[in-house]
Design a protein around this ligand. Structure first.
Ligand code: GUN
Ligand code: ZN
Length: 440
């Protein structure tokens, strides 16, 4: 006999059907003021108005009434470093000095397995209390750092992509691998973890300056052997970095070309930042089906620059938001949307709230090529979703009280919200985090 596994979550339901664009096209979203999200065995069975869905439900279906709270798909962080939790808020440097002065030293601590295990647990708890249900994650150069994050994610049933950092030059010796060891260790990890439950492997050369030609080309070789794994790296984040890459790779036309020659510009390749690209780079990224993780919090904190979202959209490059912890300073994708709004404003662009939601949900799922599984409430997708608190602070309660539309309310959450706005986080229909204690 099949056990009753169906649950109806009643509340205000909001999700994106496609990219609302710069104009924030409201036809691109579905919103039900009194709605039901029907979850069957961890997957979406329906999302629609409660007046049409509730009457047809059998009595065995459990109904959870969220009392008018807003339910949205789980947030997806397209670029984040789990070993950099303790690097957040390190003072005063741009990228290259920040790496040398803080980041590499911290990542060297991950040589100890226990350090990696304890950081992995803390990190995933931070994701969940910030409403992040899927992430594309950098580990460190140590293979056990990948085992630690995958083991912890698997226990929580999170969808997560991660990989061992590959770097064989221009960084401290204790953090260096070799082209061969990086290839062999990445391949072993990939075979151990890729496709287990909700886990994906990502081939992860740190960035062009810390990999030799030989290492990049072996990374590309591995990518060719396993077309369905991700590639995850940094691209054109900082002016000094870009100048350094031009010196290190004099035969390449551009930074993108360095990765292209190695066979790393392809589908399922996620490039963090991409601030300094030319038109040809954009065409190449788009035609390859590669993606950019837009990390505005990090771009502002590290003084890296301003991302051109309009050009990425015109070029049809897949874009999702990333926090880039610890270059970024907040795990919250609501905060990250707020940073994106401000960074885009400085570039004479804008970010309507529904587009912010898109970049953290369906757009991010598309950027990770996971849109068949997650990103919105289409029937059959995995039921990762959030219950937002409409009054997480006195200020938000007051400000939301004066809003007159779902766009205005969402914009208030996006500009003023953070982890306090996340009341509950569900993974495949199961409660994974609750701000308030759950009665037994
Ligand atoms: N480029 C190379 N490594 C890093 C890193 O750890 N963080 C950021 N933001 N950029 C990088
Ligand atoms: Zn990064």
């Amino acid at each position: 006999m099949k056990l009753a596994t169906m649950t109806a979550h009643r509340g205000r339901i909001l999700h994106c059907l496609r990219d609302p664009g710069e104009a924030g096209d409201l036809d691109a979203i579905d919103y039900f003021d009194d709605g039901v999200l029907l979850v069957d065995d961890g997957h979406i069975a329906a999302a629609g108005p409660s007046a049409s869905l509730l009457p047809g439900l059998s009595e065995s279906v459990k109904i959870i009434d969220h009392e008018g709270a807003l339910l949205v798909p789980g947030f997806i962080d397209c670029h984040v470093h789990y070993p950099q939790v303790d690097v957040i808020a390190s003072y005063g440097h741009q990228l290259l000095d920040w790496l040398n002065n803080y980041t590499y030293t911290e990542e060297a601590r991950f040589a100890k397995e226990a350090v990696a295990q304890s950081a992995a647990g803390f990190f995933l708890d931070q994701l969940l209390c910030n409403g992040t249900t899927t992430a594309m994650v950098f580990a460190t150069v140590h293979p056990h750092s990948v085992d630690a994050i995958f083991t912890a994610a698997r226990q929580k049933n999170m969808r997560l992509a991660a990989g061992k950092v590959m770097m064989d030059r221009n960084c401290p010796v204790e953090l260096q691998d070799t082209p061969q060891s990086a290839y062999v260790e990445s391949r072993e990890l990939l075979q151990r973890w890729h496709g287990q439950d909700r886990l994906h492997y990502a081939i992860t050369p740190r960035f062009a300056p810390t990999s030799s030609d030989a290492q990049l080309s072996l990374a590309g070789h591995l990518a060719a052997e396993f077309p369905d794994v991700h590639v995850h790296t940094h691209l054109a984040e900082n002016r000094d970095e870009v100048a350094w890459v031009a010196k290190l790779f004099p035969d390449s036309r551009s930074y993108v070309d360095v990765y292209k020659r190695a066979g790393l510009v392809r589908e399922r390749a996620v490039f963090a930042h991409g601030l300094y690209l030319d038109d040809q780079d954009c065409v190449e990224l788009a035609s390859a089906g590669s993606s950019i993780a837009f990390c505005p919090g990090s771009n502002l904190f590290l003084g890296s620059g301003l991302f051109d979202l309009d050009r990425a959209r015109e070029s049809r490059i897949r874009v999702g938001l990333g926090t880039d912890i610890g270059g970024g300073t907040s795990f919250s994708l609501l905060r990250t949307m707020s940073e994106a709004y401000k960074a885009l404003h400085l570039n004479e662009q804008s970010l309507p709230a529904v587009r912010g939601l898109f970049l953290a949900t369906l757009g991010a799922a598309q950027a990770l090529h996971m849109e068949n599984s997650i990103g919105n409430f289409d029937i059959g997708k995995e039921a990762d979703f959030l219950v937002l608190d409409g009054a997480p602070t006195a200020l938000l309660e007051r400000r939301i009280g004066r809003t007159q539309s779902i766009s205005e309310e969402l914009f208030a959450q996006m500009i003023l919200g953070d982890d306090r706005s996340i009341a509950k986080t569900y993974l495949m229909g199961a409660l994974a985090y609750s701000k308030e204690p759950v009665p037994p």
